[in-house]
Design a protein. Structure first.
Length: 285
């Protein structure tokens, strides 16, 4: 029996409807939520993401403004500009578009964004709240993963999860969020692969999350019968977008699985909008 497909577009649509209602409440209080994006240089991938952000914001009634800088801009200039945005009460949230030129310290610039305007949820302060299980502006992709898992209605208490990938913005926070739900969680990374034990971990996962960025790394035959599979990976293979999991084979063993595209991506964007609303509320309070 094939797995039930977790439709990220439908879930994202529900989040957007909730956002529209919250925006109307904020507007009655004299607050119009706005997202300010910063782009340095010209990157085709970043340009696509920016267009998507603008379209998504406009669809729900969030203001969107883009500030573009030449790739020769200095670290000091960028830090000072972010400081001005931090002090601008008309700016609800700030997002720093990646990639940045190598001459810029991306982490330092992300840290420069005030935690109450860090709608990507990547600052040390917001990541720290994940540790305590009380994220206000949580990391978008990690929060999207949890939303998708929750949509299955499966009781997580005592389940065994495997997080493949240990990035700062996905793997690590997802592991912490799962632990907060009393899920027994293992995190796999490059060393796991080098030891040849990755299949062993995957085979025992009741909940599997893959976020590596390597096409079809997770073989369908490794999937535990009845598992929940969340595929965060985005890879281009022969002109097609595919995930980190062998989808066709995996769906024959899993109970729930996200497609790529159409799974994690739309929900991540919706969470970014949700965080922008939460940031606007913080400014009001």
């Amino acid at each position: 029996m094939s797995a039930q497909i977790i439709d990220g577009k439908t879930i994202a649509g529900k989040i957007r409807e909730e956002i529209k209602e919250e925006i109307e409440i904020l507007k009655k209080k004299g607050t119009v939520p706005s997202l300010t994006a910063i782009q340095v240089g010209e990157d085709p991938g970043s340009a696509v993401y920016i267009r998507s952000q603008r379209k998504s914001c406009e669809a729900v009634g969030i203001g969107y403004k883009l500030h573009q800088f030449d790739s020769s801009v200095s670290q000091t200039e960028m830090t000072e500009f972010i400081g001005k945005l931090n002090g601008d009460r008309g700016v609800s949230g700030i997002i720093l578009q990646m990639p940045l030129p190598q001459a810029l310290d991306a982490r330092a610039l992300q840290v420069a964004i005030h935690r109450e305007k860090d709608v990507e949820g990547v600052s040390a302060a917001n990541m720290g709240m994940v540790v305590f299980g009380r994220p206000i502006l949580g990391p978008c992709t990690a929060m999207a993963v949890m939303k998708l898992i929750k949509s299955t209605g499966v009781n997580l208490y005592g389940r065994e999860a495997v997080m493949v990938g240990h990035s700062d913005i996905v793997g690590k926070p997802v592991a912490l969020l799962l632990l907060d739900k009393f899920v027994t969680t293992s995190v796999c990374h490059i060393a796991t692969g080098e030891r040849g034990t990755l299949p062993d971990y995957v085979k025992r996962a009741e909940i599997l999350i893959a976020a590596v960025g390597k096409a079809h790394l997770i073989k369908g035959e490794w999937i535990r019968k009845g598992a929940i599979v969340i595929d965060v990976g985005i890879n281009r293979v022969e002109g097609k977008i595919v995930g980190d999991v062998e989808f066709e084979a995996a769906k024959e063993r899993a109970s729930y699985i996200t497609p790529v595209p159409g799974g994690v991506g739309p929900v991540t964007t919706a969470i970014l909008l949700k965080n922008t609303i939460e940031a606007a509320k913080l400014r009001v309070s």
